[in-house]
Design a protein around this ligand. Structure first.
Ligand code: 1Q0
Length: 197
């Protein structure tokens, strides 16, 4: 399954919108993949499941089509009210947005040929999510990364055919992830939402 590919509406939405439906179903696919890697990762997948479920709830309640419409709706209550909420869609998207940067870096590393996935994963993590996590989470994450399968096994369980085909799939998927990342980054910069508590 081309999980990562389903995240992004590359070129599909003229105004550079991130459609919520494919965004959330992309995350669901990634979470299933993570769950298949074993119980060591369950503290990560549980958090991701909760965040996707929260966004799904907001999406269903308000009928949001895109990340843009969610942000617009929540901003209407005023920036102070938004900052005070621990269950806002915006702060939840921000967490997934930071994780998407990790994914982009990790997949780029995987594609590049470095065989030690735990090194790739740690480097990607340190360059992205780590700065937003307290020590204890960083520690637990770094321990879990040691349980990652080797590059060969990883490309195999992606289940897209030969290693060459898996690498080619990454080459196609990474730009979509990059698009979603930069559109979201711009949206959150514009509305000064990049530091939502
Ligand atoms: C393959 C290894 C996966 C490693 C995932 C890297 C992320 C590490 C994150 C570790 C911390 C998770 C525990 C909870 C953290 C929360 O405190 C934190 C902040 O939230 P809050 O509400 O407390 O402010 N949450 C987060 O930072 C969100 C973390 C979301 C992680 C989502 C990971 C999704 C996994 C994807 C696996 C993809 C493997 C690649 C497959 C490619 C196939 C084409």
């Amino acid at each position: 399954m081309t999980y990562a590919k389903r995240i992004g509406p590359r070129g599909a939405a003229g105004g550079g919108e991130v459609l919520l439906e494919p965004y959330l179903s992309g995350w669901r696919g990634l979470i299933r993949f993570l769950q298949s890697l074993g119980a060591v990762f369950s503290f990560i997948s549980k958090d991701a499941v909760a965040k996707v479920a929260l966004l799904e709830g907001h999406q269903q309640q308000h009928g949001f089509v895109s990340l843009q419409s969610l942000v617009q709706h929540e901003l209407a209550a005023g920036p102070a009210a938004l900052r005070a909420r621990s269950d806002s869609g915006c702060r939840t998207v921000l967490r997934l947005h930071r994780a998407l940067r990790w994914l982009q870096l990790f997949l780029e590393g995987l594609r590049s040929g470095e065989p030690r996935t735990s090194v790739l994963c740690t480097d990607a993590y340190n360059a992205s999510l780590a700065q937003h996590h307290p020590w204890v989470v960083r520690k637990a994450a770094t321990v879990a990364f040691c349980a990652l399968p080797s590059r060969d096994a990883f490309l195999e369980i992606m289940n897209v055919g030969s290693q060459e085909e898996a690498v080619a799939m990454l080459g196609e998927a990474i730009p979509y992830i990059g698009d979603v990342y930069s559109i979201t980054q711009e949206l959150f910069t514009q509305h000064k939402l990049l530091d939502l508590p």
